[in-house]
Write a protein that binds this ligand. Structure first.
Ligand SMILES: *[C@@H]1O[C@H](CO)[C@@H](O)[C@H](O)[C@H]1NC(C)=O
Length: 572
């Protein structure tokens, strides 16, 4: 992944603005510490901060076409780029071995429709100088981040950036660029939705019965795609079901890939290039796994058990409450949110990402998204019926970019580490979101994410090695921020209640009439956010987690606060 920054139709001399644009782009250099690029043409400027994972030696950006009429800047990974390349109708001159360049050549053939064909995670801006046109687009679910903004003194200019912090100095209106949308300057200021999957409408209740084998194969295919890398990679292991499954599949796929690659080398008598002229991916003989927690936390023990089962090279890190507390202010800077759940859960991940990067690993697989698409949160037990359950899963998936996707992306990119999330694969979602909700919905007999567990429970196929130990496969959910150690959340509550006086808290609504914090902890994060991002425009992109009060869920978003944890089935 990378950082992108662009201004379309700057009002003034773009060369005079260049230095300031470089300064703004530099604010997101943590996303791409490997190289920088900046390109100006007409009244436009496009800058890039690169994290090199595919096409390491050649993939500098912005990328231009031969006559320099197109300028492209991408943050992302296009998993089907080599297939797409084979499908091009005309001959194109590829300047890089980067997976992203394909976007430009597809644009030459099919215009804006190209986004439909991309399989991957991406945010990009593409400038067509002949038509004085810019298009910008974001991946289906919003695994990558993107913002856009305007300056009221400069009507007609539009800013784009991977993070808010590159926009808040210049823009007085900043919005989250909606996932699955494309912006076209030919069509005014409103982006249009290009992502129209069959499951989008919550009124339509799917009735496809669960096919366990199909589900298993789809998740395996999703992990396989995401092993595309030329640099060291690993897996995040929280000790919960989702990341453990991803790790288990990754171990198998990486081994298969290594064998395949070994054979290919033998056949061709060695050499580093495959048929596409791409260099050989970095293949770990041993997959590396990473986990973090407070000393003695239940998740650390679970992660260790998984790593022993899988035979990964495991790196376990612990942190002190003080270290985590000291990081919270920076976490809010990087995450650009004051949402309580996100801040709590991001802090350990932010600390872990730094450790992983320090080891030299640049990409990790992670388990985000499963709880949304399978309805894995404990409060899903309280869904009144199939229709409500199904609609809630859709709404959670659509909001991922405000919550867990934002956490996974920004807490890792803070250190130039890329997180890839196999559960949010376009094809996998198409399958999972079309499964009959009566198969998915937890009951007193079927625990949450039953079908996912069952799909990887090979205990009735005695000749296969199990994907995971039963104790993990059938372990009940703990939300990441809880599983890391309960004392982390208890301390945050304690510290905020010591720090924020009752008088201050009473005046919270005066200080923030919009989106007023309802707890002292929320107040504390809001104040920190305001320190970093004082401009009013900065809050428009923040969305807070709202519990389903109508399902009887309490205000505190932690999994433990919900009664299902004790009762084992209901939150009501
Ligand atoms: C990726 O590209 C290939 C080739 O055009 C296409 O067949 C495939 O459907 C694409 N994948 C996705 C998930 O869109």
């Amino acid at each position: 992944m990378c950082g992108i920054f662009a201004v379309y139709n700057y009002q003034g001399d773009v060369e005079d603005f260049r230095q300031h644009a470089l300064y703004l782009s530099k604010k997101i250099r943590h996303r791409g510490p490997d190289w920088s690029g900046c390109y100006t043409t007409g009244n436009h400027i496009i800058a890039h901060e690169r994290l090199a994972i595919v096409g390491v030696d050649t993939g500098a950006q912005p990328i231009t076409n031969d006559d320099k009429t197109l300028v492209l800047c991408v943050n992302g990974e296009i998993y089907n780029h080599s297939q797409l390349r084979k499908n091009l109708k005309r001959k194109h001159h590829f300047k890089t071995h980067s997976d992203c360049e394909i976007i430009m050549h597809m644009y030459e053939e099919m215009g804006i429709d190209l986004v439909q064909h991309l399989d991957g995670i991406f945010s990009f801006v593409l400038l067509d100088t002949k038509r004085n046109r810019i298009i910008a687009a974001r991946d289906p679910i919003g695994v990558t981040t993107l913002y856009y903004g305007w300056n009221s003194h400069m009507p007609g200019a539009v800013y784009f950036a991977s993070e808010l912090k590159a926009l808040n100095e210049d823009c007085d209106k900043i919005l989250t660029f909606p996932p699955g949308h494309v912006y076209d300057s030919d069509n005014g200021n409103e982006p249009t939705r290009w992502f129209n999957p069959s499951w989008w409408d919550p009124e339509r209740i799917p009735r496809t019965p669960i096919d366990y084998k199909q589900l298993r194969q789809a998740l395996e295919a999703s992990v396989r795609k995401r092993l595309m890398a030329e640099v060291p990679y690993g897996v995040l292991l929280s000790g919960g079901l989702d990341s453990s499954l991803i790790a288990s599949i990754a171990v198998r796929e990486a081994r298969a890939l290594a064998e395949q690659n070994g054979n290919k080398k033998k056949d061709s008598g060695g050499g580093d290039e495959d048929e596409d002229g791409l260099s050989t991916p970095w293949l770990p003989h041993q997959l590396h796994s990473f986990s973090i927690g407070l000393p003695g936390s239940p998740d650390l023990a679970a992660a260790r058990e998984v790593s022993e089962h899988l035979g990964t090279t495991h790196h376990e890190f612990t942190f002190t409450i003080q270290e985590a507390l000291d990081a919270v202010f920076d976490v809010i800077y990087h995450l650009e949110t004051y949402d309580v759940t996100t801040v709590r859960a991001s802090t350990p991940m932010y600390l872990l990402a730094r450790k992983i990067k320090a080891i030299g690993v640049k990409m990790v697989l992670s388990g985000e998204g499963a709880d949304e698409c399978f309805g894995g949160y404990l409060y899903f037990h309280a869904a009144p019926d199939d229709a409500a359950f199904h609609a809630e899963t859709i709404s959670r998936v659509k909001n991922l970019h405000y919550a867990d996707c934002l956490r996974a992306n920004k807490s890792t990119m803070a250190w130039g580490l890329e997180a890839r999330v196999p559960f949010l694969d376009k094809e996998l979602l198409e399958l999972v979101m079309n499964i009959d909700p009566s198969d998915k919905r937890p009951t007193s007999q079927y625990m949450e994410k039953y079908i996912l567990r069952k799909a990887f429970d090979t205990s009735d196929e005695p000749y296969t090695t199990p994907y995971l130990p039963d104790s993990i496969l059938w372990r009940q959910k703990e939300q990441f921020s809880d599983g890391v150690g309960y004392s982390w959340i208890d301390t945050l509550k304690q510290i905020s209640s010591d720090k924020i006086s009752d008088e201050e808290f009473k005046r919270a609504a005066e200080r923030w009439p919009k989106d007023t914090p309802t707890t002292k902890e929320a107040y504390m994060y809001r104040a920190m956010f305001e320190d970093w991002f004082p401009q009013e425009a900065c809050t428009a992109s923040v969305v807070r987690w709202v519990p389903r009060a109508d399902w009887g869920c309490p205000e505190d978003p932690s999994g433990r606060a919900q009664k299902a944890h004790e009762a084992g089935y209901a939150c009501a």
